[in-house]
Write a protein that binds this ligand. Structure first.
Ligand code: PEP
Ligand code: MN
Length: 368
C-alpha cells in the first residue's frame, strides 16, 4: 500500500510526526519513505510493507497529511501500474522529458574511441536538432582480450565536447560502483556541461548489488536493459530494485533476446513488448535496434533492417531509441558492423518521425 502525502509535507512537521506515530503503532507493518524533490514541490510517498491487506483504505486516507492511498499488487510495487493509480509515468532530467508519452533518440557511438569521432558525432547530432547521445566508456566484452573502453580517462573530454554541441543527456553504461563516482567527479571537474543517464547493460540486469548502488543515488536517471536470457518479469523486477532503493527515474530497455531463433539477427527482436511494459509499469520504454539486429542488412525495399525494427518499436509507442552510429564504422573499436553512418542520420530521424506520426494517429483512432 502506498500513502501519497499532500505536496510539500515536511518530515519535521507536527503532521508528519503524528502520521509516523500512527504508522509505528500498526502491527506487522513496516514502512519506507520516498521523497521526490521537483522544481516546484516536494512529493513524499510512504510504502507500507507487510500485512497491508487488513488495512482499510478509508482509514489510511484519514491519517494526518495523507492525500491519497493506492493499494498495490505484489509485483512492481513502485514502478508498476496499479488500480486507480494516477502516479506520473514521466520524469525530467537536465531539461529533457522522459515519459511514456515522449520520444527521444540517443544516436551515438557504442564505444568512445578518439576525440575526432566523438566530435563528428556530436556535431551531426546538433546539426540535426538532437540533444541526447550514447557514448560507451566502460564496455563489458565477451573476450577479456577485447578493447574494454577508455574508462574514466575519456570522460572529461567527452563531457566537454557534449557541452560544446548542446548535448543534454549521454547514455553511458556502468558496470561497477566506481564508475558512477568517476562520472560524477568528471562532470564536476568539467563544470557539468552535460548530463548522464547511467546504463545497466543486459549482462548486468540481475547484478543486484550494482542495482542497489545505482538505485541509492537519485542524481542520475537509469536506463536498465532487459536481461537477454531471462523472462520479462525477472527484468521488470530488476528495475524495481532500482526504485525500491530510491531511484524511480528508470527507463526500461528492450534490446533483443539471445537465441538462435533470431538468426541471422544478432538477437531476437522483442519490441512486441513495448506496449506490454507500458501496461505493466509506468516506465518509459527504450528500444535498441542496433544490438537487436546486429548488422547493416538492407531489405530489398532499400531500408536497413535496423530502420525497419526501429519503426516497428516506434509505431508500437517506444519512448527512446538507443542506436549505434559511427563516422567510420570500419575504424570503430566495438560493434562497427552494426553502426549507421553520419550521413544516414537525417534519413533515420525522418523515418522515426514518420513512424511516430503513425503511432499518434493509431492512438487517436483508438481514443477518438
Ligand atoms: C551497449 O548498449 O553498448 C550494450 C553493450 O548493450 P547490451 O547491454 O544490450 O548488450
Ligand atoms: Mn555495443
Amino acid at each position: 500500500m502506498i500513502l501519497i502525502l499532500a505536496p510539500n509535507t515536511q518530515p519535521d512537521s507536527p503532521e508528519f510526526r503524528q502520521l509516523a506515530a500512527q504508522l509505528d503503532g500498526l502491527q506487522g507493518i513496516t514502512y519506507r519513505i520516498h521523497t521526490e524533490r521537483g522544481e516546484e514541490q516536494t512529493l513524499t510517498e510512504i510504502y507500507l510493507i507487510g500485512h497491508t491487506a487488513a488495512l482499510s483504505m478509508e482509514e489510511m486516507e484519514s491519517l494526518p497529511g495523507v492525500e491519497r492511498v493506492v493499494r498495490v499488487s505484489e509485483e512492481y510495487r513502485i514502478l508498476g501500474r496499479h488500480k486507480d493509480d494516477n502516479r506520473p509515468s514521466h520524469f525530467e532530467y537536465n531539461g529533457v522529458r522522459f515519459g511514456q508519452d515522449s520520444l527521444n533518440v540517443f544516436a551515438g557511438l557504442c564505444a568512445v574511441d578518439v576525440p575526432e569521432h566523438v566530435e563528428a558525432m556530436m556535431k551531426a547530432l546538433r546539426d540535426n536538432g538532437q540533444v541526447c547521445t550514447r557514448m560507451g566508456a566502460y564496455k563489458p566484452r565477451t573476450s577479456p582480450y577485447a578493447f574494454q573502453g577508455h574508462g574514466k580517462a575519456c570522460l572529461p573530454w567527452v563531457f566537454e565536447l557534449a557541452g560544446k554541441y548542446g548535448i543534454k543527456v549521454i547514455a553511458m553504461e556502468v558496470t561497477h560502483e566506481s564508475h558512477v563516482d568517476e562520472i560524477r567527479e568528471a562532470l564536476r571537474q568539467t563544470g557539468n556541461p552535460t548530463g548522464v543517464m547511467l546504463q545497466i547493460g543486459t549482462r548486468n540486469t540481475q547484478n543486484f548489488e550494482l542495482l542497489k548502488i545505482v538505485g541509492r543515488q537519485q542524481e542520475f536517471p537509469v536506463l536498465l536493459k532487459r536481461g537477454f536470457g531471462i523472462t520479462l518479469n525477472e527484468s521488470l523486477n530488476a528495475a524495481e530494485y532500482l526504485a525500491s532503493e530510491g531511484n524511480r527515474k528508470v527507463v526500461f530497455g528492450l534490446r533483443g533476446m539471445k537465441t538462435n531463433m533470431g538468426d541471422p539477427h544478432r538477437n531476437l527482436v522483442d519490441f512486441a513488448h513495448v506496449p506490454t511494459v507500458k501496461r505493466l509499469t509506468r516506465m518509459p520504454v527504450c528500444i535498441d535496434p542496433s544490438h537487436s539486429v546486429g548488422g547493416r542488412f538492407r531489405a530489398p525495399d532499400g531500408l536497413l533492417e535496423v530502420q525497419h525494427v526501429t519503426a516497428q518499436g516506434v509505431i508500437a509507442g517506444a519512448n527512446m531509441i538507443l542506436v549505434d552510429f559511427h563516422p567510420h564504422p570500419s575504424k570503430a573499436l566495438v560493434d562497427g558492423p552494426q553502426a549507421l553512418l553520419l550521413e544516414e542520420l537525417p534519413g533515420f530521424l525522418e523515418d522515426v518521425r514518420i513512424a511516430r506520426e503513425a503511432y499518434e494517429k493509431r492512438v487517436k483512432l483508438a481514443r477518438p
